[in-house]
Design a protein around this ligand. Structure first.
Ligand code: FAD
Length: 569
């Protein structure tokens, strides 16, 4: 078409970006352009295959961002996966659809984001969802899947449910009985997607139950709507920076891009520019556009348009480890069972652990602040840490996630502490937008994070020592008792964990939604402070880690963001 300007430009056609573009283009008189660096993966088997997790890693649809060598995390660097395709990271993720604990979303409001609480976000989880009830699919007979219809949406774009490659191995009851036999039992949770996640459960995924293919943001929010004449997508187009209107005001008026043929162009936005490039890219685009810490920008010859030094700070991720066991039976399906222990279920002496951690919070906050040159203030960080402490030790949120995955002759497990305290950052390392940014999550910077990771490993050893599972499993093959002895102390676990972890791929908070005076980058309407029409709508804005996986919350935030932009909220 001949349109050279659009009402809205969405930068990044990923998980959040396609939600916002879809909802804005429901308004027929509004033109929306999505700029996406990747291409279509509609027919990419590495994406659609419901058993294909990991197949896309290292291919051309994976950004494969590298971190710095991790000072506290074994001295090694990590590869942070992220989808480079229409649909973004939803095209390569594990498809797990699990939300958050009510108190965690309410904490967004506690920190100063009026209106951002569970009660207001819950309708948006449901708005986006097209829950496929399991009783419709005979392949789920005997799987043990349960759900509460009150927690789900049935008419949204995003298909959520179970596929034929999942969960029909009949193990649900054995796992449940094993958890009931724990010294501190972990009760069965009928449906963890209603805001109470603690317990053991069988969870749904973003999957098309009928067709047995991955459901991603493009399949849900773009392809069924691609005939809208006001919804435009430029694929293989790289956004370099935001352009500003002449004058003193910080008003975005377009985006400089490198087109698929290699030429540069500026595309104009008459209303707004909306960043949805992901938590490791949106803050860097802000910096490339002159929004950030003047000292950092000056190093690369970038003039400061808006002095907002916390851009790229507050980076929070989780660390993922695993244990493996031989199984006596052989499994042909890829089942997943999740346990979400609270602090009192994970720590044998949780009151003492909590008291000790509380005393450490001032030192933790000081360490985070000094690591980033006091760009975030110790007093603010300490307040956030106390909120996080309250979530763990008062509200009883899940403090770890334990995934059990029987497949073939193996019981695989993955585990992670849900809410690490460590805070890192991501910043540009050149004014050239094609140069990789510097990413430093500071894994294991604070010792509670290691301690939670160790306790989660011990929890798994208890699972395999408890009947009936003890009898169903053979030896622990990784790490094995010769590497980490039975009953090992923290020191005994530390090396294994720090040499064998990976990122859990849940980076958030690098353009945090918080009041400006405590280090926020966007306000409660997701507008970047100091600008009149530039927003961020992706995982960057999430202020605190959630204990579910990220995508459901990212989808819900984007749904709510669209209503905010439309002026409905
Ligand atoms: P994205 O979906 O990554 O979207 C960003 C988009 O912007 C991408 O399409 C990207 O190509 C594009 N882009 C970036 N820079 C530019 C640029 N300069 N110009 C143009 N376009 C650009 N969550 C779950 O809930 N369940 C899971 O099982 C799960 N597993 C995961 C497994 C992996 C390997 C990974 C990496 C993540 C996983 N997550 C999971 C997390 C979840 O998928 C992400 O948090 C979420 O998809 C992020 O959405 P987003 O909109 O913030 O970013």
């Amino acid at each position: 078409s001949s349109v050279t300007q659009y009402d809205y430009i969405v930068v990044g056609g990923g998980t959040s970006g396609l939600v916002v573009a879809n909802r804005l283009s429901e308004q027929e008189n509004i033109n929306v352009l999505v700029i996406e660096a990747g291409g279509s993966v509609y027919n990419n088997d590495n994406v659609t295959d419901t058993l294909g997790y990991g197949k896309a890693f290292g291919t051309d649809i994976d950004w494969a961002y590298e971190t710095t060598k991790q000072e506290y995390g074994g001295g090694i660097s990590q590869t942070l996966r992220a989808g480079k395709a229409l649909g973004g990271t939803s095209t390569i993720n594990g498809m797990v659809y699990l939300r958050a604990q009510t108190a965690q979303i309410d904490a967004w409001e506690t920190v100063g984001n009026k209106g951002w609480n569970w009660k207001n976000l819950f309708p948006y989880f449901r708005k986006g969802e097209q829950f496929q009830t399991p009783e419709k699919y005979s392949f789920l007979n005997g799987s043990g899947v349960t759900y509460d219809p009150a927690y789900h949406g049935f008419t949204g774009p995003l298909k959520v449910g179970w596929s034929s490659t999942q969960l029909n191995d009949g193990l649900a009851q054995e796992v449940n009985t094993t958890y009931q036999n724990f010294d501190v039992p972990v009760s069965y949770n009928k449906d963890p997607n209603g805001g109470d996640m603690v317990g053991y459960s069988l969870f749904p995924k973003t999957v098309d139950s009928e067709l047995n293919i991955r459901e991603d943001a493009a399949r849900a929010y773009y392809y069924p709507y691609q005939n809208r004449t006001n919804l435009h997508v430029w694929l293989r187009t790289h956004a370099n920076k935001i352009t500003w209107k002449d004058g003193e005001d910080a008003t975005a008026d377009g985006v400089e891009v490198t087109l698929s043929n290699g030429t540069m162009a500026v595309v104009k936005a008459t209303r707004e520019v909306i960043l949805a490039a992901g938590a490791l890219k949106s803050p860097v685009l802000l910096e490339l556009s002159g929004v950030g810490n003047p000292d950092i920008l000056a190093k690369y010859g970038i003039d400061t348009k808006i002095n907002l030094p916390t851009v790229g700070e507050n980076l929070q991720d989780q660390m993922n480890n695993g244990l493996q066991y031989d199984s006596k039976a052989s499994y042909s399906k890829s089942a997943d069972y999740v346990a979400y222990p609270s602090a009192s279920q994970l720590f044998p002496n949780s009151t003492a652990v909590g008291a000790k951690l509380l005393r450490k919070l001032p030192a933790y906050a000081a360490k985070v602040a000094s690591a980033n040159g006091n760009i975030t203030k110790a007093s603010d960080i300490q307040r956030f840490f106390k909120i996080q402490w309250d979530l763990i030790f008062k509200a009883g949120i899940p403090v770890a996630e334990i995934l059990l995955e029987p497949f073939g002759n193996t019981y695989d497990t993955e585990y992670w502490g849900s809410v690490p305290f460590s805070r890192g950052n991501v910043h540009l390392s050149s004014a050239d937008p094609t140069v990789a940014a510097t990413i430093d999550p500071k894994y294991f910077m604070l010792d509670f994070d290691l301690h939670a990771q160790i306790q989660a490993a011990r929890f798994i050893r208890e699972l395999f020592k408890t009947e009936p599972f003890a009898d169903m499993a053979g030896n622990e093959t990784s790490p094995g008792l010769s590497v980490v002895a039975a009953g090992a102390d923290d020191q005994g676990w530390s090396n294994f964990i720090k040499q064998n972890y990976r990122s859990n791929f849940h980076p958030i908070s690098t353009a945090a939604m918080m009041p400006k005076e405590v280090g926020g980058v966007v306000d409660t309407s997701l507008k970047v402070y100091g600008t009149s029409n530039l927003r961020v709508v992706d995982a960057s804005i999430i202020p605190f880690q959630v204990c579910g996986h990220l995508q459901s919350t990212v989808y819900a935030v984007a749904e709510r963001a669209a209503d905010i932009i439309k002026g409905k909220i």
